[in-house]
Design a protein around this ligand. Structure first.
Ligand SMILES: C/C=C/C(=O)SCCNC(=O)CCNC(=O)[C@H](O)C(C)(C)COP(=O)(O)OP(=O)(O)OC[C@H]1O[C@@H](n2cnc3c(N)ncnc32)[C@H](O)[C@@H]1OP(=O)(O)O
Ligand SMILES: NC(=O)C1=CN([C@@H]2O[C@H](COP(=O)(O)OP(=O)(O)OC[C@H]3O[C@@H](n4cnc5c(N)ncnc54)[C@H](OP(=O)(O)O)[C@@H]3O)[C@@H](O)[C@H]2O)C=CC1
Length: 447
């Protein structure tokens, strides 16, 4: 039995759940990995010069043992997230430390502590096997998976599963991720694949869409409301392209920050009107490595007021971090919210606290999404309210190049990866709904 037989079953129109259940599992499969004995390979290099093409490997690996409450999924497509970039450059720390720590928690978790890390935190595919105790899913189900892995044994996480002390991001802090032909997930990560999307389109939104949903829309994040002015950094990027859609769909007013004409055009085509090209306008929030320039914060704030008719920002959707955080705090209105989920340009932030406390602003830390938020974010995709922002699609072999593109900010929206899917465009089950949304689905393609 090989993965080829699995693919044949998926592509045959008449394979039943029983047929999938009867398929023997392959012994091994192809997976994108980083290697534990290479974690020092970029020592001494600047972040920018660490090249994911050198650390990312395509290996043949054994199929992991399936545990209770888990599922093995045949992965048709996945996508590149920035967390895979972090893993591949071993920053801010090597993810093997996470696997070792997880491995120490119990016998079954030991499976994750291996000399290779199979990365990737998105997938669209077909359930192959479910472990004991799984009733909601069966072999043959077409699914996407969100990336929240929790144990739920502590009451800390019972109200909001992101607060579980054993909260991990699948494919980043666990092994057996989605950039592979087969993946191992907890069955409660599974959600129905939206029928109007191809495999690669369905695999694109998961992580970033759920994160943007919690960070911006959910009451656990900024709790955006109609009419809010929302400043969105990287508005055509992975997170930003969903934040922009949520702002527009929710009756808010996105102020989109991008770094090129082309990206400005993409934001316009999504329906945004207020756009700031940070490259063309040349903002330099830092005079040097240690000193910020409040005059530049003010120039940025003035530009925002021009675009909003004199209003300031209700919510900043933050993720660039050190480079922009001082400006983000400054341009927020009295009582407004800065919600942050990342620090791409550096995690030691500096801002003038007088502008925070005197103007009663709030900073909210946000990370991925709880089970329910991830489900609701996927539901919005399935209903055609929010659309994938897939631009380019790579083969599994070229994942290193795909991660390089994301690391060097050469991409738009989301970058997809075909795993078992032999070509793009497969897996669509609802052509009628697709036809209704085809322009929005293709908005980011091949640009
Ligand atoms: C969905 C996608 C998301 C993304 O893309 S996010 C971007 C990518 N992710 C990242 O960049 C994050 C990577 N992760 C990290 O950098 C680290 O992961 C953290 C900095 C978040 C945490 O580091 P750690 O080493 O796990 O935590 P500690 O708190 O520094 O060390 C743990 C030890 O410190 C003890 N401790 C914790 N809190 C306290 C306290 N308040 N007072 C005293 N001790 C404390 C613990 O118990 C434990 O101890 P013991 O090592 O002995 O087990
Ligand atoms: N905590 C969580 O749950 C999550 C955290 N993340 C983290 O969020 C960050 C962004 O992820 P994602 O959106 O997928 O990445 P992308 O690279 O797809 O998009 C980020 C965008 O931010 C803009 N940007 C990058 N650097 C700067 C800078 N120095 N100043 C201003 N703008 C900048 C760029 O847009 P432009 O050049 O057009 O301005 C870029 O396109 C990553 O660090 C990632 O790890 C992501 C998802 C979930």
């Amino acid at each position: 039995m090989t993965v080829k037989d699995i693919l044949d079953a998926i592509q045959s129109k008449d394979a039943t759940s029983a047929d999938f259940a009867a398929l023997p599992l392959p012994e091994s499969y192809r997976a994108i990995t980083v290697h534990k004995d290479e974690t020092e390979m970029f020592a001494g290099l600047q972040t920018r010069d660490k090249d994911p093409r050198k650390s990312i490997h395509l290996d043949e690996v054994p199929v992991p043992e399936l545990g209770p409450g888990e599922a093995l999924v045949a992965v048709m497509a996945s996508s590149v997230n920035y967390n895979s970039v972090w893993t591949s450059i071993f920053e801010p720390l090597s993810t093997f430390g996470f696997l070792e720590r997880y491995g120490r928690t119990n016998e079954l978790a030991k499976r994750h502590d291996l000399p290779y890390h199979i990365i990737g935190s998105d997938l669209a595919g077909v359930v192959l096997r479910t472990g004991p105790g799984v009733n909601a899913w069966k072999p043959g189900d077409e699914v996407v998976a969100h990336c929240l892995s929790v144990e739920l044994e502590s009451s800390d996480g019972h109200n909001d599963t992101m607060l579980d002390p054993e909260q991990r991001i699948w494919g980043f802090e666990t092994n057996f991720g989605g950039l592979a032909e087969v993946a191992l997930v907890k069955s409660n990560q599974l959600m129905p694949k939206p029928g109007h999307l191809s495999w690669e389109e369905a695999a694109a939104p998961g992580l970033v869409n759920s994160t943007a949903y919690r960070q911006l829309v959910s009451r656990n994040g900024a709790g955006m409301k109609q009419g809010d002015n929302v400043l969105i950094w990287g508005a055509s990027g992975g997170l930003g392209s969903y934040a922009t859609q949520f702002a527009l769909a929710g009756g808010a007013n996105p102020i989109c920050v991008v770094s090129s004409d082309q990206k400005a055009d993409i934001c316009r085509s999504m329906g945004a009107e207020a756009i700031i090209d940070r490259s063309a306008e040349g903002y330099k929030f830092w005079k040097d490595e240690q000193t910020q320039d409040p005059k530049e914060w003010k120039r940025f704030g003035k530009r925002i007021r021009e675009l909003t008719g004199g209003e300031d920002i209700d919510i900043v959707f933050e993720h660039p971090g050190r480079e922009t955080f001082g400006a983000s705090v400054y341009v927020t209105r009295k009582g407004g919210t800065i919600t942050t989920c990342a620090s791409t340009s550096g995690y030691m932030h500096e801002y003038d606290n007088r502008y925070l406390w005197m103007s009663l602003k709030r900073i909210i830390g946000s990370h991925f999404a709880n089970y329910r938020e991830a489900w609701e974010a996927n539901r919005l995709i399935a209903k055609g309210k929010i659309h994938p922002t897939l631009s380019k699609v790579y083969s599994l072999e070229d994942t290193g190049q795909a991660a390089y593109d994301v690391h060097r900010n050469l991409h738009q929206g989301k970058v997809g990866v075909l795993c078992l899917a032999p070509e793009e465009g497969l897996g669509v089950r609802d052509e009628e709904m697709r036809a209704k949304h085809i322009d929005a689905i293709n908005r980011f393609r091949n640009i």
